[in-house]
Design a protein around this ligand. Sequence first.
Ligand SMILES: Nc1ncnc2c1ncn2[C@@H]1O[C@H](COP(=O)(O)OP(=O)(O)OP(=O)(O)O)[C@@H](O)[C@H]1O
Ligand SMILES: [Mg+2]
Length: 458
Amino acid sequence: MWLTVIAVWVAEALIFLPSLAHARRDWLERKLREGQLAALAASVGAVQDDTRADLLRLAGVEAVTLREPNRTLMLARPGARPDAGQRLDIDSDMLPGALADAVGGLFRAGDVLLRVRGRSLLGDDASVAVLVHRHDLDRVLASYARHVGAISLTVAAVAGLLLYAALNRLLVRPLRRLTESLAAFRADPERAATFDPRASDDGEIAVAGRELAAMQRELRAALWRNARLAALGTAVAKISHDLRGILSPALLTAERLQMNQDPAIKRAGDTLVRAVERATDLVRRTVEFAREIPVVPARQRMDLRPVVGEAVEQARAACPALAIVNEVPDALVIDADRASMVRVLANLLRNAGEAQARQARVSAAEEAGEIVITVNDDGPGLPAEVQERLFRPFVSGGRPGSTGLGLAIVRDLMRAHGGEITLVQTGPAGTGFRLTLPRAARLPPRADAAPRPVELPG
Ligand SMILES: Nc1ncnc2c1ncn2[C@@H]1O[C@H](COP(=O)(O)OP(=O)(O)OP(=O)(O)O)[C@@H](O)[C@H]1O
Ligand SMILES: [Mg+2]
Protein backbone atom coordinates (compact mmCIF):
# COMPACT_ATOMS: atom_id res chain seq x y z
CA MET A 1 0.00 0.00 0.00
CA TRP A 2 2.81 2.39 0.86
CA LEU A 3 4.34 1.79 -2.51
CA THR A 4 1.16 2.81 -4.28
CA VAL A 5 0.71 5.87 -2.02
CA ILE A 6 4.27 6.97 -2.74
CA ALA A 7 3.88 6.36 -6.48
CA VAL A 8 0.68 8.43 -6.62
CA TRP A 9 2.34 11.13 -4.57
CA VAL A 10 5.37 11.32 -6.83
CA ALA A 11 3.02 11.57 -9.82
CA GLU A 12 1.11 14.37 -8.12
CA ALA A 13 4.30 16.23 -7.23
CA LEU A 14 5.20 16.17 -10.90
CA ILE A 15 1.83 17.74 -11.72
CA PHE A 16 1.99 20.13 -8.76
CA LEU A 17 5.21 21.97 -9.72
CA PRO A 18 4.07 23.25 -13.13
CA SER A 19 0.67 24.13 -11.71
CA LEU A 20 2.38 26.21 -8.99
CA ALA A 21 4.25 28.12 -11.70
CA HIS A 22 0.95 28.55 -13.49
CA ALA A 23 -0.72 29.93 -10.36
CA ARG A 24 2.12 32.46 -10.03
CA ARG A 25 1.73 33.65 -13.61
CA ASP A 26 -2.05 33.86 -13.17
CA TRP A 27 -1.58 36.11 -10.16
CA LEU A 28 0.90 38.37 -11.95
CA GLU A 29 -1.37 38.72 -15.00
CA ARG A 30 -4.33 39.50 -12.74
CA LYS A 31 -2.35 42.26 -11.04
CA LEU A 32 -1.49 43.76 -14.43
CA ARG A 33 -5.15 43.65 -15.49
CA GLU A 34 -6.50 45.03 -12.23
CA GLY A 35 -3.79 47.74 -12.16
CA GLN A 36 -4.81 48.85 -15.62
CA LEU A 37 -8.48 48.98 -14.61
CA ALA A 38 -7.57 51.12 -11.60
CA ALA A 39 -5.46 53.45 -13.76
CA LEU A 40 -8.20 53.80 -16.34
CA ALA A 41 -10.87 54.36 -13.69
CA ALA A 42 -8.73 57.02 -12.01
CA SER A 43 -8.20 58.82 -15.32
CA VAL A 44 -11.90 59.52 -15.81
CA GLY A 45 -12.65 63.15 -14.81
CA ALA A 46 -11.67 64.54 -11.46
CA VAL A 47 -11.15 61.67 -9.03
CA GLN A 48 -10.58 62.31 -5.37
CA ASP A 49 -7.27 61.20 -3.79
CA ASP A 50 -9.17 58.86 -1.45
CA THR A 51 -10.85 57.14 -4.38
CA ARG A 52 -7.48 56.75 -6.11
CA ALA A 53 -6.07 55.12 -2.98
CA ASP A 54 -9.13 52.83 -2.82
CA LEU A 55 -8.76 51.86 -6.47
CA LEU A 56 -5.11 50.92 -5.87
CA ARG A 57 -5.99 48.99 -2.70
CA LEU A 58 -8.75 47.08 -4.51
CA ALA A 59 -6.36 46.24 -7.34
CA GLY A 60 -3.77 45.16 -4.75
CA VAL A 61 -0.94 47.18 -6.32
CA GLU A 62 1.25 50.03 -5.07
CA ALA A 63 1.50 51.85 -8.35
CA VAL A 64 0.62 51.36 -11.99
CA THR A 65 1.93 52.91 -15.24
CA LEU A 66 -0.07 52.41 -18.43
CA ARG A 67 1.69 53.50 -21.57
CA GLU A 68 -0.17 54.02 -24.82
CA PRO A 69 1.28 55.64 -27.94
CA ASN A 70 -0.54 58.89 -27.31
CA ARG A 71 -0.69 59.03 -23.52
CA THR A 72 0.78 57.69 -20.29
CA LEU A 73 -1.39 57.07 -17.24
CA MET A 74 0.27 56.83 -13.86
CA LEU A 75 -1.34 56.04 -10.54
CA ALA A 76 0.60 55.55 -7.31
CA ARG A 77 -0.02 55.48 -3.60
CA PRO A 78 1.41 58.41 -1.79
CA GLY A 79 5.13 57.89 -1.39
CA ALA A 80 5.35 54.97 -3.84
CA ARG A 81 7.93 55.20 -6.59
CA PRO A 82 6.58 53.48 -9.73
CA ASP A 83 10.02 52.67 -11.11
CA ALA A 84 11.35 51.10 -7.90
CA GLY A 85 11.60 47.37 -7.04
CA GLN A 86 12.89 44.17 -8.66
CA ARG A 87 12.03 44.03 -12.33
CA LEU A 88 10.11 41.22 -13.93
CA ASP A 89 9.02 41.17 -17.57
CA ILE A 90 6.14 38.76 -17.88
CA ASP A 91 6.73 38.19 -21.61
CA SER A 92 10.25 36.88 -21.08
CA ASP A 93 9.34 34.84 -17.98
CA MET A 94 10.17 31.20 -18.95
CA LEU A 95 8.97 28.04 -17.21
CA PRO A 96 12.21 26.88 -15.50
CA GLY A 97 12.86 30.33 -14.01
CA ALA A 98 9.18 30.74 -13.11
CA LEU A 99 9.23 27.29 -11.42
CA ALA A 100 12.32 28.10 -9.37
CA ASP A 101 10.87 31.48 -8.40
CA ALA A 102 7.51 29.95 -7.40
CA VAL A 103 9.11 27.21 -5.27
CA GLY A 104 11.52 29.76 -3.76
CA GLY A 105 8.50 31.88 -2.85
CA LEU A 106 7.21 29.07 -0.60
CA PHE A 107 10.31 29.39 1.59
CA ARG A 108 10.94 33.13 1.39
CA ALA A 109 10.50 35.33 4.44
CA GLY A 110 10.39 39.15 4.29
CA ASP A 111 9.18 41.38 1.52
CA VAL A 112 10.47 43.37 -1.44
CA LEU A 113 8.74 45.40 -4.10
CA LEU A 114 8.30 43.82 -7.50
CA ARG A 115 7.88 45.83 -10.67
CA VAL A 116 6.00 43.68 -13.14
CA ARG A 117 5.83 44.68 -16.77
CA GLY A 118 3.70 43.26 -19.54
CA ARG A 119 1.68 43.95 -22.63
CA SER A 120 -1.65 45.73 -22.29
CA LEU A 121 -4.79 44.35 -23.82
CA LEU A 122 -5.59 47.87 -25.03
CA GLY A 123 -3.39 47.45 -28.06
CA ASP A 124 -0.20 45.90 -29.40
CA ASP A 125 1.86 49.01 -28.72
CA ALA A 126 0.42 49.60 -25.24
CA SER A 127 2.27 48.34 -22.17
CA VAL A 128 1.59 48.26 -18.47
CA ALA A 129 3.75 48.04 -15.35
CA VAL A 130 2.56 47.53 -11.79
CA LEU A 131 4.38 47.71 -8.49
CA VAL A 132 3.35 44.93 -6.12
CA HIS A 133 4.53 43.46 -2.80
CA ARG A 134 6.41 40.23 -3.31
CA HIS A 135 5.03 38.73 -0.11
CA ASP A 136 1.45 39.11 -1.44
CA LEU A 137 2.46 36.73 -4.23
CA ASP A 138 4.29 34.41 -1.81
CA ARG A 139 1.25 34.26 0.45
CA VAL A 140 -1.00 33.30 -2.45
CA LEU A 141 1.45 30.61 -3.56
CA ALA A 142 1.80 29.21 -0.03
CA SER A 143 -1.95 28.94 0.35
CA TYR A 144 -2.22 27.32 -3.09
CA ALA A 145 0.48 24.78 -2.13
CA ARG A 146 -1.29 23.99 1.13
CA HIS A 147 -4.58 23.36 -0.61
CA VAL A 148 -3.14 21.28 -3.41
CA GLY A 149 -0.90 19.42 -0.92
CA ALA A 150 -3.88 18.46 1.22
CA ILE A 151 -5.87 17.36 -1.82
CA SER A 152 -2.91 15.36 -3.17
CA LEU A 153 -2.42 13.60 0.12
CA THR A 154 -6.07 12.65 0.24
CA VAL A 155 -6.09 11.54 -3.40
CA ALA A 156 -2.87 9.57 -2.89
CA ALA A 157 -4.24 7.83 0.19
CA VAL A 158 -7.55 6.99 -1.49
CA ALA A 159 -5.86 5.88 -4.74
CA GLY A 160 -3.31 3.89 -2.73
CA LEU A 161 -6.04 2.16 -0.78
CA LEU A 162 -8.08 1.41 -3.90
CA LEU A 163 -5.01 0.13 -5.71
CA TYR A 164 -3.98 -1.93 -2.71
CA ALA A 165 -7.46 -3.41 -2.44
CA ALA A 166 -7.43 -4.21 -6.16
CA LEU A 167 -3.92 -5.71 -6.04
CA ASN A 168 -4.79 -7.66 -2.94
CA ARG A 169 -7.88 -9.07 -4.57
CA LEU A 170 -6.40 -9.72 -8.01
CA LEU A 171 -2.81 -10.67 -7.14
CA VAL A 172 -1.89 -11.09 -3.50
CA ARG A 173 -4.76 -13.33 -2.44
CA PRO A 174 -4.62 -15.66 -5.45
CA LEU A 175 -0.83 -15.86 -5.09
CA ARG A 176 -1.17 -16.64 -1.41
CA ARG A 177 -3.60 -19.44 -2.25
CA LEU A 178 -1.07 -20.77 -4.75
CA THR A 179 1.83 -20.68 -2.32
CA GLU A 180 -0.23 -22.18 0.49
CA SER A 181 -1.26 -25.02 -1.77
CA LEU A 182 2.37 -25.52 -2.85
CA ALA A 183 3.58 -25.60 0.75
CA ALA A 184 0.83 -28.00 1.83
CA PHE A 185 1.57 -30.25 -1.13
CA ARG A 186 5.27 -30.26 -0.36
CA ALA A 187 4.60 -31.14 3.27
CA ASP A 188 2.26 -34.02 2.48
CA PRO A 189 1.91 -34.72 -1.24
CA GLU A 190 -0.32 -37.69 -0.80
CA ARG A 191 -2.93 -36.10 1.42
CA ALA A 192 -2.92 -32.36 0.62
CA ALA A 193 -5.94 -31.23 -1.39
CA THR A 194 -5.36 -30.52 -5.06
CA PHE A 195 -5.35 -26.78 -5.85
CA ASP A 196 -8.75 -25.56 -6.96
CA PRO A 197 -8.22 -23.14 -9.87
CA ARG A 198 -11.42 -21.12 -9.45
CA ALA A 199 -10.75 -18.41 -12.01
CA SER A 200 -11.72 -19.34 -15.52
CA ASP A 201 -9.95 -16.41 -17.20
CA ASP A 202 -6.65 -16.52 -19.03
CA GLY A 203 -4.65 -14.30 -16.65
CA GLU A 204 -1.18 -15.47 -15.65
CA ILE A 205 -2.28 -16.43 -12.16
CA ALA A 206 -5.25 -18.41 -13.43
CA VAL A 207 -2.91 -20.21 -15.83
CA ALA A 208 -0.39 -20.83 -13.01
CA GLY A 209 -3.24 -22.19 -10.86
CA ARG A 210 -4.41 -24.58 -13.56
CA GLU A 211 -0.84 -25.72 -14.21
CA LEU A 212 -0.28 -26.26 -10.48
CA ALA A 213 -3.46 -28.32 -10.22
CA ALA A 214 -2.43 -30.40 -13.23
CA MET A 215 1.08 -30.86 -11.83
CA GLN A 216 -0.27 -31.94 -8.45
CA ARG A 217 -2.57 -34.49 -10.11
CA GLU A 218 0.27 -35.88 -12.22
CA LEU A 219 2.71 -35.96 -9.33
CA ARG A 220 0.21 -37.71 -7.12
CA ALA A 221 -0.42 -40.28 -9.84
CA ALA A 222 3.35 -40.73 -10.23
CA LEU A 223 3.76 -41.17 -6.47
CA TRP A 224 0.99 -43.70 -6.41
CA ARG A 225 2.57 -45.55 -9.34
CA ASN A 226 5.96 -45.43 -7.67
CA ALA A 227 4.59 -46.87 -4.46
CA ARG A 228 3.08 -49.72 -6.49
CA LEU A 229 6.33 -50.23 -8.36
CA ALA A 230 8.32 -50.30 -5.14
CA ALA A 231 6.00 -53.02 -3.88
CA LEU A 232 6.40 -54.80 -7.19
CA GLY A 233 10.18 -54.50 -6.88
CA THR A 234 10.08 -56.14 -3.48
CA ALA A 235 7.91 -58.89 -4.89
CA VAL A 236 10.28 -59.41 -7.83
CA ALA A 237 13.24 -59.62 -5.45
CA LYS A 238 11.42 -62.26 -3.44
CA ILE A 239 10.41 -64.18 -6.54
CA SER A 240 13.97 -63.99 -7.82
CA HIS A 241 15.26 -65.40 -4.57
CA ASP A 242 12.77 -68.26 -4.70
CA LEU A 243 13.35 -68.75 -8.40
CA ARG A 244 17.06 -69.31 -7.87
CA GLY A 245 16.16 -71.96 -5.33
CA ILE A 246 13.75 -73.54 -7.76
CA LEU A 247 16.17 -73.35 -10.68
CA SER A 248 19.23 -74.72 -8.91
CA PRO A 249 18.06 -78.38 -8.97
CA ALA A 250 17.20 -77.82 -12.64
CA LEU A 251 20.71 -76.50 -13.24
CA LEU A 252 22.20 -79.46 -11.38
CA THR A 253 20.19 -81.89 -13.49
CA ALA A 254 21.12 -80.05 -16.69
CA GLU A 255 24.82 -80.20 -15.77
CA ARG A 256 24.51 -83.95 -15.27
CA LEU A 257 22.90 -84.21 -18.69
CA GLN A 258 25.88 -82.27 -20.14
CA MET A 259 28.18 -85.05 -18.93
CA ASN A 260 26.14 -87.72 -20.68
CA GLN A 261 27.94 -89.71 -23.42
CA ASP A 262 25.04 -89.48 -25.82
CA PRO A 263 25.69 -86.36 -27.97
CA ALA A 264 21.96 -85.60 -28.37
CA ILE A 265 21.40 -85.66 -24.59
CA LYS A 266 24.60 -83.64 -24.04
CA ARG A 267 23.31 -80.92 -26.50
CA ALA A 268 19.97 -80.84 -24.68
CA GLY A 269 21.94 -80.38 -21.43
CA ASP A 270 23.91 -77.47 -22.92
CA THR A 271 20.70 -75.76 -24.08
CA LEU A 272 19.08 -76.27 -20.71
CA VAL A 273 22.09 -74.84 -18.82
CA ARG A 274 22.12 -71.73 -21.06
CA ALA A 275 18.38 -71.26 -20.64
CA VAL A 276 18.55 -71.54 -16.86
CA GLU A 277 21.53 -69.16 -16.72
CA ARG A 278 19.68 -66.62 -18.89
CA ALA A 279 16.65 -66.86 -16.65
CA THR A 280 18.63 -66.21 -13.47
CA ASP A 281 20.58 -63.41 -15.18
CA LEU A 282 17.37 -61.72 -16.30
CA VAL A 283 15.96 -61.84 -12.80
CA ARG A 284 19.22 -60.55 -11.29
CA ARG A 285 19.46 -57.58 -13.65
CA THR A 286 15.80 -56.66 -13.19
CA VAL A 287 16.23 -56.63 -9.44
CA GLU A 288 19.42 -54.57 -9.74
CA PHE A 289 17.64 -52.01 -11.93
CA ALA A 290 14.72 -51.73 -9.52
CA ARG A 291 17.06 -51.29 -6.57
CA GLU A 292 19.36 -48.76 -8.22
CA ILE A 293 19.34 -45.42 -6.43
CA PRO A 294 19.43 -42.12 -8.33
CA VAL A 295 22.84 -41.53 -9.82
CA VAL A 296 24.88 -38.71 -8.29
CA PRO A 297 27.83 -38.27 -10.63
CA ALA A 298 31.21 -37.73 -8.99
CA ARG A 299 32.43 -35.25 -11.56
CA GLN A 300 35.99 -34.66 -12.48
CA ARG A 301 37.72 -33.07 -15.42
CA MET A 302 39.42 -35.66 -17.59
CA ASP A 303 40.40 -36.47 -21.16
CA LEU A 304 37.61 -38.18 -23.04
CA ARG A 305 39.76 -40.36 -25.27
CA PRO A 306 41.02 -42.78 -22.56
CA VAL A 307 37.48 -43.03 -21.19
CA VAL A 308 36.30 -44.19 -24.61
CA GLY A 309 39.33 -46.53 -24.67
CA GLU A 310 38.18 -48.20 -21.47
CA ALA A 311 34.64 -48.62 -22.81
CA VAL A 312 36.06 -50.11 -26.02
CA GLU A 313 37.98 -52.71 -23.94
CA GLN A 314 34.82 -53.74 -22.11
CA ALA A 315 32.75 -53.94 -25.29
CA ARG A 316 35.47 -55.96 -27.06
CA ALA A 317 35.44 -58.53 -24.30
CA ALA A 318 31.69 -59.04 -24.82
CA CYS A 319 31.68 -58.73 -28.62
CA PRO A 320 35.07 -59.76 -30.01
CA ALA A 321 33.85 -59.60 -33.63
CA LEU A 322 33.15 -55.87 -33.47
CA ALA A 323 35.85 -53.49 -34.76
CA ILE A 324 35.75 -50.24 -32.83
CA VAL A 325 37.39 -46.99 -33.98
CA ASN A 326 38.12 -44.36 -31.34
CA GLU A 327 38.13 -41.03 -33.21
CA VAL A 328 38.02 -38.79 -30.15
CA PRO A 329 40.65 -36.02 -30.33
CA ASP A 330 43.38 -36.12 -27.68
CA ALA A 331 42.76 -32.69 -26.18
CA LEU A 332 39.04 -33.01 -25.54
CA VAL A 333 38.24 -32.68 -21.84
CA ILE A 334 34.93 -33.56 -20.18
CA ASP A 335 33.57 -32.81 -16.73
CA ALA A 336 31.81 -36.02 -15.77
CA ASP A 337 31.76 -39.16 -13.66
CA ARG A 338 34.28 -41.56 -15.17
CA ALA A 339 32.56 -44.84 -14.30
CA SER A 340 29.21 -43.54 -15.58
CA MET A 341 30.66 -42.45 -18.90
CA VAL A 342 32.43 -45.79 -19.39
CA ARG A 343 29.16 -47.55 -18.63
CA VAL A 344 27.25 -45.36 -21.12
CA LEU A 345 29.71 -45.88 -23.96
CA ALA A 346 30.22 -49.60 -23.28
CA ASN A 347 26.45 -50.12 -23.34
CA LEU A 348 26.11 -48.41 -26.73
CA LEU A 349 29.07 -50.30 -28.21
CA ARG A 350 27.80 -53.62 -26.83
CA ASN A 351 24.41 -52.95 -28.41
CA ALA A 352 26.13 -52.44 -31.76
CA GLY A 353 28.02 -55.72 -31.37
CA GLU A 354 24.90 -57.58 -30.26
CA ALA A 355 23.08 -56.24 -33.35
CA GLN A 356 25.80 -57.88 -35.47
CA ALA A 357 27.42 -54.63 -36.62
CA ARG A 358 30.93 -55.14 -38.01
CA GLN A 359 32.27 -51.75 -37.11
CA ALA A 360 31.47 -48.99 -34.62
CA ARG A 361 32.90 -45.48 -34.54
CA VAL A 362 33.08 -43.09 -31.57
CA SER A 363 33.82 -39.43 -32.28
CA ALA A 364 33.45 -36.24 -30.25
CA ALA A 365 33.65 -32.48 -30.63
CA GLU A 366 32.84 -29.33 -28.76
CA GLU A 367 29.78 -27.46 -30.05
CA ALA A 368 28.34 -24.27 -28.57
CA GLY A 369 29.44 -24.91 -25.02
CA GLU A 370 28.58 -28.62 -25.12
CA ILE A 371 30.57 -31.77 -25.66
CA VAL A 372 28.88 -33.83 -28.35
CA ILE A 373 29.81 -37.51 -28.58
CA THR A 374 28.52 -39.60 -31.48
CA VAL A 375 28.45 -43.38 -31.61
CA ASN A 376 27.76 -44.84 -35.08
CA ASP A 377 27.66 -48.43 -36.26
CA ASP A 378 27.06 -50.23 -39.55
CA GLY A 379 24.56 -52.72 -38.12
CA PRO A 380 21.07 -53.52 -39.42
CA GLY A 381 19.31 -50.64 -37.63
CA LEU A 382 16.80 -50.69 -34.82
CA PRO A 383 13.77 -52.94 -35.05
CA ALA A 384 10.74 -50.78 -35.88
CA GLU A 385 8.81 -51.85 -32.77
CA VAL A 386 11.67 -50.70 -30.53
CA GLN A 387 12.27 -47.25 -32.04
CA GLU A 388 9.26 -45.48 -30.51
CA ARG A 389 10.02 -46.48 -26.94
CA LEU A 390 13.75 -46.97 -27.22
CA PHE A 391 14.79 -45.43 -23.91
CA ARG A 392 12.13 -47.04 -21.76
CA PRO A 393 13.12 -49.88 -19.46
CA PHE A 394 12.39 -53.45 -20.58
CA VAL A 395 12.00 -52.47 -24.24
CA SER A 396 14.11 -54.82 -26.31
CA GLY A 397 14.26 -56.22 -29.80
CA GLY A 398 13.64 -59.67 -28.48
CA ARG A 399 17.21 -60.98 -28.78
CA PRO A 400 17.62 -63.91 -26.41
CA GLY A 401 19.25 -62.75 -23.18
CA SER A 402 18.39 -59.06 -23.61
CA THR A 403 16.56 -57.28 -20.84
CA GLY A 404 15.97 -53.94 -22.56
CA LEU A 405 17.53 -51.99 -19.71
CA GLY A 406 20.77 -50.78 -21.34
CA LEU A 407 19.47 -47.64 -23.06
CA ALA A 408 17.19 -46.73 -20.14
CA ILE A 409 20.23 -46.75 -17.86
CA VAL A 410 22.25 -44.77 -20.43
CA ARG A 411 19.57 -42.06 -20.53
CA ASP A 412 19.40 -41.90 -16.72
CA LEU A 413 23.18 -41.48 -16.53
CA MET A 414 23.29 -38.78 -19.20
CA ARG A 415 20.46 -36.81 -17.59
CA ALA A 416 22.11 -37.05 -14.20
CA HIS A 417 24.99 -35.17 -15.84
CA GLY A 418 22.67 -32.50 -17.24
CA GLY A 419 23.12 -34.07 -20.67
CA GLU A 420 20.98 -36.13 -23.04
CA ILE A 421 21.05 -39.04 -25.47
CA THR A 422 19.20 -38.92 -28.78
CA LEU A 423 18.85 -41.32 -31.66
CA VAL A 424 20.18 -39.50 -34.73
CA GLN A 425 19.55 -42.04 -37.44
CA THR A 426 18.86 -45.70 -37.90
CA GLY A 427 18.35 -47.88 -40.97
CA PRO A 428 19.90 -50.74 -42.94
CA ALA A 429 23.12 -48.70 -43.21
CA GLY A 430 23.53 -48.49 -39.44
CA THR A 431 22.54 -46.62 -36.32
CA GLY A 432 23.85 -43.38 -34.81
CA PHE A 433 23.40 -42.00 -31.31
CA ARG A 434 24.30 -38.50 -30.16
CA LEU A 435 25.27 -37.80 -26.54
CA THR A 436 25.51 -34.27 -25.21
CA LEU A 437 27.27 -33.18 -22.04
CA PRO A 438 27.45 -29.65 -20.68
CA ARG A 439 31.07 -28.50 -20.86
CA ALA A 440 31.19 -27.48 -17.21
CA ALA A 441 29.02 -28.91 -14.49
CA ARG A 442 25.53 -27.43 -14.35
CA LEU A 443 23.54 -27.59 -11.15
CA PRO A 444 24.57 -30.89 -9.60
CA PRO A 445 21.56 -33.11 -8.87
CA ARG A 446 20.84 -33.10 -5.15
CA ALA A 447 21.96 -36.13 -3.25
CA ASP A 448 18.54 -36.40 -1.62
CA ALA A 449 16.69 -36.02 -4.93
CA ALA A 450 13.57 -38.13 -5.26
CA PRO A 451 14.06 -41.47 -6.95
CA ARG A 452 13.31 -41.42 -10.67
CA PRO A 453 9.79 -42.36 -11.64
CA VAL A 454 9.99 -45.71 -13.32
CA GLU A 455 8.34 -45.85 -16.72
CA LEU A 456 6.68 -49.14 -17.48
CA PRO A 457 6.85 -50.58 -20.97
CA GLY A 458 3.75 -49.97 -23.08
N1 LIG B 1 23.08 -50.17 -32.30
C1 LIG B 1 21.94 -50.88 -32.38
N2 LIG B 1 21.61 -51.50 -33.55
C2 LIG B 1 20.46 -52.17 -33.64
N3 LIG B 1 19.59 -52.35 -32.65
C3 LIG B 1 19.86 -51.77 -31.46
C4 LIG B 1 21.04 -51.00 -31.26
N4 LIG B 1 21.03 -50.54 -30.00
C5 LIG B 1 19.90 -51.00 -29.43
N5 LIG B 1 19.20 -51.74 -30.29
C6 LIG B 1 17.89 -52.38 -30.06
O1 LIG B 1 17.31 -51.72 -28.98
C7 LIG B 1 16.94 -52.63 -27.97
C8 LIG B 1 17.10 -52.00 -26.61
O2 LIG B 1 18.46 -51.84 -26.28
P1 LIG B 1 18.91 -51.81 -24.77
O3 LIG B 1 20.37 -51.63 -24.73
O4 LIG B 1 18.05 -50.86 -24.06
O5 LIG B 1 18.53 -53.23 -24.26
P2 LIG B 1 19.15 -54.61 -24.62
O6 LIG B 1 20.45 -54.42 -25.31
O7 LIG B 1 18.09 -55.36 -25.33
O8 LIG B 1 19.35 -55.25 -23.21
P3 LIG B 1 20.51 -54.94 -22.15
O9 LIG B 1 21.26 -53.77 -22.68
O10 LIG B 1 19.77 -54.64 -20.93
O11 LIG B 1 21.30 -56.18 -22.10
C9 LIG B 1 17.82 -53.81 -28.18
O12 LIG B 1 17.17 -54.97 -27.75
C10 LIG B 1 18.01 -53.82 -29.69
O13 LIG B 1 16.94 -54.49 -30.32
MG1 LIG C 1 21.95 -53.19 -24.47
